[in-house]
Design a protein around this ligand. Sequence first.
Ligand SMILES: [Zn+2]
Length: 273
Amino acid sequence: MRLYLSSDMEGVAGVCAWEQVDARTPHAEYPLFRRYYTQEVAAAIEGARAGGAREVLVNDSHGPMRNLLLDELPSDVRVIFGNRKPFSMVQGAEGCDGAFFVGYHGAIGDENAVLCHTYTPSVIYELRLNGVRCSEATINAALLGYYGIPLLYVTGDRTTVEGVQAQMPWVRGTIVKESIGNFSADSISPRAAQAAIRRDAREAIAHAGAARLFTFEPPIAMEIALAKVEQADYVALIPGFERIGERSVRFVDQDFPTIFKAFCAVFRLGALA
Ligand SMILES: [Zn+2]
């Protein structure tokens, strides 16, 4: 079993504010929460190893994607580090046998979801694939599904874990906090979260045989509502994008990686508008 682990930071126990997870203009709390984040990832790796995973490939998927304290991870894992990866939070997954999403968060628009957003909140107001409202977990799991990799396990707040399980009932989860709106949470302690993750990750690997692939049936219609009308003005200029509303565009393709890359183009270029 070769495990792919995509890790984000907003869904880590105790996290409830951007300052805690902002690597670019570090606030006094960032170094501490960066450690909790690394410890949750390490706990998931330990659990996965105990469950039978042999190789682990970690993709640091938060912000500038350079947050993990690398010397606190086991020496025999590989880590994808740094930003502007073509497949972003699910870069390099091809060839893996199963996946974990650790520290994930709710979709933009979710109620009671700490720091919820979908990739770039200054650009993406809503993302739908074949009519289904998507979180980061949804679109990321669908790319993995295209490559034949089932999502096995997710950690985050209750909204995130239950949201993933509503779309992918086979996915096991660890709820580390109850979100009280966008900027407060009722959380278990970091140590308790790490122990629960170690235990549940092991179970997730042990039950990997029951997991299924999450995919969208082609043709795949991607509809994106942009945060600002001018972003829709610019995105609609890209060949293949059709304007469907004041700030909404549609892109249709048979091939999921093409959909994923088009989505990355929208949130990256839209941020320049
Ligand atoms: Zn993040």
